[in-house]
Design a protein around this ligand. Structure first.
Ligand SMILES: NC(=O)c1ccc[n+]([C@@H]2O[C@H](COP(=O)([O-])OP(=O)(O)OC[C@H]3O[C@@H](n4cnc5c(N)ncnc54)[C@H](O)[C@@H]3O)[C@@H](O)[C@H]2O)c1
Ligand SMILES: O=P(O)(O)OC[C@H](O)CO
Length: 334
């Protein structure tokens, strides 16, 4: 079949390689024609160092590659999902499946990214999401990885599973689009916070405390917004939280380390040099949790440090000395 990946960051590029490996006619589109030409010439993406892209991969800056596509992968950073969806819309038919792989929440509207795509494409096509513990750097060198393909339409979820699954990329299906998408966005704020702990010199006890209590608050908000509890204990939830909080591949964690060492959020993001979704998601999550009345102490503290200039050590002391709780009463997700 014909597949098109829109967005040539590390993740779009790694996914386009899987689709090539699986024998699909695959196009990787970059919003920068110059960048597309350079990648086509070198067969490399500087964001995915050491990976030589398959000769069968078509790399282009021309949106006409979308003509007749069976599967379209939406892979830009969250801030560009709406403009990318507007661009793809004229090419879609009722047979096209669009799969969103970006991890975030749209600023201003606080919509999930599949909702943004659905808004811009009408109900022409089916929209699925693909998420899980999956750093592009490792998928790029074909290390065993697992993800979840979620769609309300079971056939579309299976279609995505079939398109991507192979001996190094295992895909499970799910009907919980809301949970899978929220888990992806929410964990980025926690990965950034784990990085801050590293930057401060805190060690393993602190990070285990942070990750475990973060799961409780992520699940609280996710369920309130319509996600299934089980999803947060699965690959897209716990799995992605673990990988992002512990890996040096994580841009969110790396930005957090720099902030913990004293850099401002802006300086940290510039130094990381790739999209740090957790910074943007922190604001949306703060607004969403306030709107629906869900307590999220860790995410709120991250918001206060990132957007209100609160002192990190003061915030940590505040978290540690919150009102006393009973763990079983407070850990409904278990
Ligand atoms: N990198 C990963 O391991 C990984 C894994 C899973 C999900 N994701 C998610 O995928 C999304 C993309 O991340 P990434 O790591 O591929 O990005 P990246 O940081 O590697 O690169 C960002 C890319 O976005 C492109 N871009 C910038 N403005 C654009 C626009 N207006 N329209 C289209 N493209 C534009 C740039 O050309 C650049 O190539 C993010 O939401 C991220 O959370 C990333
Ligand atoms: O590099 P990060 O922090 O954006 O994380 C990438 C993926 O979400 C890991 O699954």
């Amino acid at each position: 079949m014909k597949t098109v990946v829109l967005g040539s960051g590390g993740w779009g590029t790694a996914l386009s390689q899987i689709l090539c490996d699986n024998g699909h006619e695959t196009y990787l589109w970059s919003h920068s024609p110059a960048k597309a030409a350079e990648m086509a010439r070198t067969r490399e993406n500087p964001l995915l160092q050491g990976v030589h892209l398959p000769e069968s991969l078509h790399i282009t800056g021309d949106l006409d590659c979308l003509k007749g596509a069976d599967l379209v992968v939406s892979a830009p950073p969250s801030f560009a999902v709406r403009e990318t969806a507007k661009k793809m819309a004229p090419y879609l038919t009722e047979k096209t499946v669009v799969v969103s792989v970006s991890k975030g929440i749209e600023r201003d509207t606080n919509l999930r990214l599949s909702q943004v795509i659905q808004e811009e494409t009408g109900n022409i096509c089916k929209v699925a999401v693909l998420s899980g513990p999956s750093h592009a750097e490792e998928v790029g060198i074909r290390l065993p990885t697992g993800c979840v393909a979620a769609c309300l339409d079971v056939d579309a979820a299976r279609f995505v599973q079939d398109a991507f699954m192979n001996d190094y990329f295992r895909v499970y299906t799910s009907g919980d689009v809301v949970g899978v998408e929220l888990a992806a966005a929410l964990k980025n704020v926690i990965a950034l916070s784990c990085g801050v702990c590293d930057g401060l010199g805190y060690q393993d006890n602190t990070k285990a405390l942070l990750m475990t209590r973060a799961m409780a608050e992520i699940t609280r908000l996710g369920e309130k917004l319509g996600g299934s509890r089980q999803t947060f204990g699965g690959l897209a939830g716990m799995g992605d939280l673990i990988v992002t909080c512990t890996s040096m591949h994580s841009r969110n964690r790396r930005a957090g380390i720099l902030i913990g060492q004293g850099k401002t959020p802006r300086e940290a993001m510039e130094e990381v040099g790739a999209v740090v979704e957790g910074y943007f998601a922190a604001e949306s999550i703060h607004q969403l949790s306030e709107r629906v009345g869900v307590e999220m102490p860790i995410s709120r503290c991250a918001y206060e440090v990132l957007y209100q200039g609160k002192q990190i050590r003061g915030v940590v002391a505040e978290l540690m000395t919150r009102a006393k709780k009973d763990e079983l009463l407070e850990t409904a997700w278990l």
